[in-house]
Design a binder for this molecule. Structure first.
Ligand code: MN
Ligand code: MN
Length: 306
């Protein structure tokens, strides 16, 4: 990772931070999810970045991977807990960050436990630290406050145009994870705490897809729908909302059918909404860190942490 790339990560992080601040102001009961994600995604562009994935707005027991459909009428609930997950990239250098906003005091403990778990993990980030040690820190904080970590959601290394670049930062002491954080690499640290089972399952709803990287060579040809998608998002996750021209041409039902077909044949990766059991509540906080040689930087706030 050269200096130019480091600068791009930091610039992406500064934009992500501003978008996060805007999200804190915009997230209120009764707000339409569609207008919320549109406002925030437009703001990313206004600030000079590009969305690295559709803004995720996941509510109550939903942990991740929900974004608004193009015709989405749903609104934020009067009482609930909302996760906003934001991805910004500059030339493929990604800042991935998330916050939880609660509409009732009832969720304060859960929210505080998750925030505290992330803060404690970040304080300990340095070159060479084991990913399982980061997970252990997260798990201890969240368990000591009486909640479960979500074991099948984790932080991850980031690479250019790649959100999950191969290494996993678990949210528990995973003795089978031998990853150590490398200098000059970027990682997203993202604890999830839950009042439910601490395990998420795939819902039927899918509002986010990405082109499977290996399909590029096979199917990119003039006029193919994958070519249009690749032109906009490369292999990063996308929303149907980003393709109004294709929807105008094909109709929304046909466009969705094509996305499902391309998923079945392996060209697209579908990302179903991930939820803990109904009636449970999930909180998440996330920051992207750039582990440098001498010091670590929290990219999404540009604060030096060592
Ligand atoms: Mn994220
Ligand atoms: Mn992430």
């Amino acid at each position: 990772m050269n200096e130019d790339v480091v600068k791009k990560y930091i610039a992406a992080g500064e934009i992500a931070e501003k978008v996060k601040e805007r999200a804190m102001r915009e997230v209120k009961p009764g707000v339409k999810i569609l207008s919320l994600v549109s406002t925030l995604e437009n703001y990313v562009v206004e600030l000079g970045g590009k969305p690295a994935f559709p803004i995720n707005v996941s509510i109550n027991n939903e942990a991740a991977h929900r974004t608004a459909y193009i015709d989405d009428e749903s609104v934020l609930p009067e009482d609930g807990i909302v996760k906003v997950d934001i991805g910004v990239h500059i030339d493929g250098c990604i800042a991935d960050t998330a916050i939880t906003i609660a509409f009732s005091e009832r969720y304060s403990e859960l929210v505080d436990a998750t925030r505290e778990a992330l803060e404690k993990a970040l304080k300990n980030i340095k070159p060479g630290i084991r990913a399982s040690e980061v997970g252990s820190i997260v798990e201890k904080v969240i368990r000591s406050r009486g909640f479960k970590v979500i074991r099948n959601l984790s932080g991850h290394s980031l690479a250019e145009y790649t959100i999950h670049a191969g290494e996993t930062i678990p949210n528990y002491k995973d003795s089978l994870n031998f990853t150590r954080l490398r200098p000059r690499a970027a990682y997203a640290i993202e604890p999830f705490a839950s009042t439910g089972r601490g395990v998420v399952y795939d819902e039927k709803r899918v509002s986010i897809y990405a082109i499977r990287p290996t399909s590029i060579l096979r199917e990119i040809s003039e006029g193919h729908i994958l070519t249009s998608i690749y032109g906009k998002s490369r292999t990063l996750p996308f929303s149907e909302r980003w393709f109004p021209d294709l929807i105008a041409l094909l109709g929304i039902s046909r466009f969705r059918e094509i996305l499902r077909e391309l998923s079945k044949t392996g060209y697209l990766i579908p990302y179903p909404v991930l939820s803990d059991i109904p009636g449970s509540y999930v909180a998440q906080f996330e920051e992207t860190v750039l582990v440098l040689d001498e010091r670590s930087v929290i990219v999404t706030t540009n604060r030096s942490i060592l």
